[in-house]
Write a protein that binds this ligand. Structure first.
Ligand code: FES
Length: 66
């Protein structure tokens, strides 16, 4: 499923970018990894991307606390 249609990348691309290192990520990290450095255009995908980044970062925080 496409997450971003302006700089097309899918949910699989996003998951791959999130899980390539077990470190907290920022929105810019994800766009850089998924689009080759393009910046968001319309912003329609930002909420979905941020939700997934937040879930990933919470997972990293939980793993660090164990
Ligand atoms: S849908 Fe991602 S920037 Fe427009």
């Amino acid at each position: 499923m496409y997450i971003c249609s302006c700089n097309p990348f899918t949910d699989k691309d996003l998951d791959k970018a999130l899980k390539n290192e077990a470190v907290k990520k920022k929105t810019s990290d994800i766009y850089k990894a998924c689009t080759g450095g393009e910046k968001p255009c319309c912003g329609s995908c930002i909420c979905e991307v941020r939700d997934r980044i937040n879930a990933h970062n919470e997972e990293i925080t939980a793993m660090a606390a164990e």
